[in-house]
Design a protein around this ligand. Structure first.
Ligand SMILES: NC(=O)c1ccc[n+]([C@@H]2O[C@H](COP(=O)([O-])OP(=O)(O)OC[C@H]3O[C@@H](n4cnc5c(N)ncnc54)[C@H](O)[C@@H]3O)[C@@H](O)[C@H]2O)c1
Ligand SMILES: O=C(O)C[C@H](O)C(=O)O
Length: 329
């Protein structure tokens, strides 16, 4: 191992997503098969023992790329020199709860973590917020980190993107590898809008290939948007392995780039594109290259899409107002 290890901080390391995520990071799937990583695990005091157990298991894997593991309940230590931060630790939604209910419970976690990132992280820090409500938690963390460029704070909608890919693949009988340019717009919530109007299946426009607006409106969109609740209903716990997989995909794509001619979906601070108010952390189609991302420009938005994007953005504005009212931003 000759390269300097990349410091990767994971919060909520003892939780179920943490358990599915850490082994994949340590094996090289997050950053690349030639990139050594040093893990920093942040937990609350009650979670430290379980995090130590996970660290023992990580040791027992003898991952060649894993250069060290530190476990702490102090955000200032956890984010010291962090290059990548995965903010997973939060209170998961349980049966019957909507994400809005979580704002107050989780808001308090992300403000101090944003400040610790501001004060201690490396200059190239990249932040992914997974803990729900992810978009607004990212906004809270970002507001507490005025010295870090705002665009380094992102929220995860890659799980929604992957869910949409899978549903479209099933409907069209096309392998996911032949589907491109799908987009999740808006909030990681039931109002999100999975958009296939610009997507391609095996080189053909996806909406034309499907040619069934009823399926789109009544099956595809609700299935993708409510998949998190369906998983909770079925498993009795929120998605974990698929969420960890999406977090790996999100950071891997951000660092290593999107394939030529394709894009992905990320929750990123709006620059006003597509009428999304500036500063809201909303999901957009983005291309990544050289460790940075850009919102895809110039897409034509039809009436069907406009109404759905606007509804999700309205929800994000309401969440922003709510956390403003709570003094979290
Ligand atoms: N964006 C997405 O697509 C997506 C998908 C799935 C789950 N989630 C969200 O991810 C979060 C984690 O889910 P989970 O299933 O791993 O939950 P979990 O309850 O199994 O684990 C959460 C862990 O976070 C820890 N924690 C709580 N507060 C903390 C703090 N201040 N600092 C550090 N650690 C803290 C807890 O001790 C616990 O170990 C939830 O908010 C869930 O809703 C998001
Ligand atoms: O929906 C949830 O609360 C869990 C998670 O965000 C998911 O999408 O699976």
């Amino acid at each position: 191992m000759t390269r300097t290890p990349v410091n990767v901080t994971v919060t909520g390391a003892a939780g179920q997503i943490g358990y599915a995520l850490l082994f994949r990071i340590a094996s090289g799937q997050l950053l690349g098969a030639d990139v050594p990583v040093a893990l920093r695990l942040l937990e609350i005091p009650q979670g430290l023992k379980a995090a130590e157990g996970t660290a023992m298991e990580l040791d027992d894997c003898a991952f060649p790329l894993l250069s060290g593991i530190e476990i702490t309940d102090d955000p200032n230590k956890a984010f010291d020199g962090a290059n990548v931060a995965l903010l997973v630790g939060a209170r998961p939604r349980t049966k019957g709860m909507e994400r809005g209910d979580l704002l107050e419970a989780n808001g308090g976690i992300f403000k101090p973590q944003g400040k610790a990132i501001n004060d201690h992280a490396a200059d190239d820090i990249k932040v992914l917020v997974v803990g729900n409500p992810a978009n607004t938690n990212a906004l809270i963390a970002q507001a507490a980190a005025p010295d870090v460029p705002a665009e380094r704070f992102t929220a995860m909608t890659r799980l929604d993107h992957n869910r949409a890919l899978s549903q479209l693949s099933k409907r069209t009988g096309t392998p996911v590898s032949e589907i491109r340019r799908l987009t999740i717009w808006g909030n990681h919530s039931a109002t999100q809008y999975p958009d296939i109007f610009h997507a391609e299946v095996a080189g053909k426009n996806a909406a034309e290939a499907v040619n069934d607006e009823k399926w789109l409106a009544e099956e595809f969109i609700p299935t993708v948007a409510k998949r998190g609740a369906a998983i909770i209903e079925a498993r009795g716990a929120s998605s974990a392995a698929s969420a960890a997989n999406a977090a790996v995909d999100h950071i891997h794509t951000w660092v290593n780039g999107t394939p030529e001619g394709d894009w992905t979906s990320m929750g990123v601070p709006s620059d006003g594109s597509y009428g999304v108010p500036e500063g809201l952390i909303s999901s957009f189609p983005v291309t990544c290259s050289g460790g940075t991302y850009e919102i895809v420009q110039g897409l034509e938005i039809n009436e069907f899409s406009r109404a759905r994007i606007d509804a999700s953005v309205k929800e994000l504005e309401e969440e922003r107002e709510a956390v403003r009212g709570l003094g979290l931003i």
